[in-house]
Write a protein that binds this ligand. Structure first.
Ligand code: KIV
Ligand code: ZN
Length: 520
């Protein structure tokens, strides 16, 4: 057992299963790229047998991945799942198949309707089929924490003999408590034949708020892989948060004495990218990455900080990528300064991307005195990482008034499939007017499921970040828009959602409700 902890990220699989976290093909590719540059050891890219969309994105992520990261796909212990999974991951330089089956009495009896011995047979057959494709095979005992400990030793011993090289012990329903969970892992590791040949892993859910604590507790008994998701997204209450696990290892190296491969300065930009993609703001009090995580409000704390930072700060904002560099970007900044700033925020731009973002930065700096890091990150994510759109907004103009006689009115100029269109119309409020006009111009009227507005930074000239979710014919899509003018941000978000809806239709990707199977 070494002192290296392997970080297995499941944002794109377990994370994406969580309600409202659906990502499209391009977004998954972009996030996988970012996870790779963050330094995760294994990316679980999806569940290829679950849908054509998942298969396609896992395959594309496998193809784009470099040599330093392993790309895993999930599969049940079923021939078809395993074959599809291998098809999808095989072009990665380091592919992994991750098979799972339930091991708790409850799951075996009610979910699988199989006897324990039949489950062992399926597990062994599944692992053997994987080994026919690759030596890199992970086996998971679903609902491990509610399984019988001696049955666990038996089934795990059998799958190790069949060739599994990583054994994952999930707290699938977030039921375990840290000392108890560590004791069960310890028992299994000590009493299973062949334990010394494999890496043990944990995968903890957060139903009782213990996902991170349980995962860290398991390190003390020899577990060396932790399965995590960015910002802790995942089924129900989510998975262990990547950034919390990594910073616990980093800040408390004195306690754990273990190393990892994560570039911690990229944690915040990566979580921020996820937040932009899924349209979910990071909660203010979220550990490591929340806006308040490094804010000191009380006088006593501020006084202490001024005397010695360490009185109230156990890590620096810079160490997690919340840069406060002296490089202030404004309308007089040159290309070099802008490039350096983005580098410091974790974005390595090509010269073509730099040209694009440079113009956008200048444009924003004309409207806004101070550009904060968050403004720049919002900009790069909106301007650079978007997919070419069919619908493009050119100009909007909105009139609102508090006099009853004149309802709010909006006028819009846009390109729809290359054709210039314009129109004007009324609404109950100015946003309603805007969305009505845009809907008329694109000739579709999706249902508006969610509208949220958030100030990206403080101050009167803060950049407004609008997120909308729309639904049409059983498919839903999220759109985001940022601009100092909240009407423009709203129009951009609505148009972005319409574009995403079109892309989703083109990809033929169905929402999670239509998955043929639904793993934990
Ligand atoms: O929570 C769980 O048990 C899972 C497995 C498929 C690893 O997600
Ligand atoms: Zn899970």
């Amino acid at each position: 057992m070494g002192d290296r902890v392997y970080i297995f990220d499941t944002t794109l699989r377990d994370g994406e299963q969580s309600p409202g976290a659906t990502m499209n093909f391009q977004e998954k590719l972009r996030l996988a790229q970012q996870l790779e540059s963050l330094g995760v050891d294994i990316i679980e890219a999806g569940f290829p047998a679950s849908s054509a969309g998942d298969f396609a994105s896992v395959e594309a992520i496998a193809k784009q991945a470099g040599a330093t990261v392993q790309i895993a796909g999930l599969a049940r212990c079923m021939e078809r799942d395993i074959d599809r999974c291998w098809e999808a991951v095989k072009s990665a330089q380091n592919p992994r198949i991750h098979v799972f089956i339930s091991t708790s009495p409850l799951h075996m009896e009610y979910k699988l309707r199989k006897s324990p011995e039949a489950v062992v047979e399926m597990a062994v057959a599944g692992v053997k089929r994987c080994v026919g494709y690759t030596p890199n095979v992970e086996f998971s005992c679903e609902d491990f924490s509610r399984s019988d400990k001696d049955f666990l030793c038996h089934i795990i011993g059998e799958v190790i003999a069949a060739g599994a090289t990583t054994i994952n012990l999930p707290d699938t329903v977030g039921y375990a408590q840290p000392a108890e969970f560590a004791a069960l892992c310890d028992y299994v590791i000590k009493n299973t034949k062949g334990s010394e040949k494999v890496i043990y892993s944990v995968h903890c859910h957060n139903d009782l708020g213990q996902a991170v604590a349980n995962s860290l507790a398991a390190l003390n008994v020899g577990v060396r892989q932790i399965e995590v998701a960015l910002s802790g997204i995942g089924e129900r209450a989510g998975n262990a948060a990547l950034e919390e696990i990594v910073m616990a290892l980093q800040v408390r190296k004195d306690f754990y004495g273990l190393s990892h491969n994560i570039t911690t300065e990229k944690l915040y930009p990566t979580c921020r990218l996820l937040s932009m993609i899924i349209g979910r703001p990071i909660p203010l009090n979220k550990a490591i990455i929340g806006a308040n995580a490094f804010a000191h409000e009380s006088g006593i704390h501020q006084d202490g900080m001024l005397k010695n930072r360490e009185t109230y700060e156990i890590m620096t904002p810079q160490s997690v990528g919340r840069t406060q560099t002296h490089l202030i970007i404004g309308k007089h900044s040159g290309r070099n300064a802008v490039q350096q700033k983005f580098e410091s925020l974790g974005y390595h731009l090509t010269s073509e991307q730099l040209n694009e973002i440079f113009t956008a930065v200048k444009d924003l700096a004309d409207r806004k005195k101070t550009l904060h890091d968050e403004d720049l990150m919002a900009l790069v994510q909106q301007e650079i990482y978007r997919i070419p759109d069919r619908i493009r907004l050119r100009h909007v103009s909105v009139h609102s008034s508090d006099t009853g006689g004149m309802p709010p009115v909006a006028a819009v100029l846009m390109d729809v499939n290359g054709i210039e269109k314009n129109g004007a119309g009324f609404g109950v409020g100015p946003i309603d007017a805007l969305f009505n006009v845009i809907s008329d111009l694109v000739e579709r009227t999706p249902e508006l499921e969610q509208y949220a507005i958030n100030a990206v930074t403080g101050g009167m000239d803060a950049l407004g970040e609008v997120t909308v979710r729309i639904r049409d014919k059983g498919l839903s899509a999220i759109g985001r828009g940022t601009h100092p003018d909240i009407f423009v941000a709203s129009a951009r978000a609505y148009v972005d959602a319409l574009n995403n809806l079109v892309k989703r239709e083109e990809e033929g990707e169905r929402l999670h409700a239509q998955l043929e199977t639904n793993p934990a």
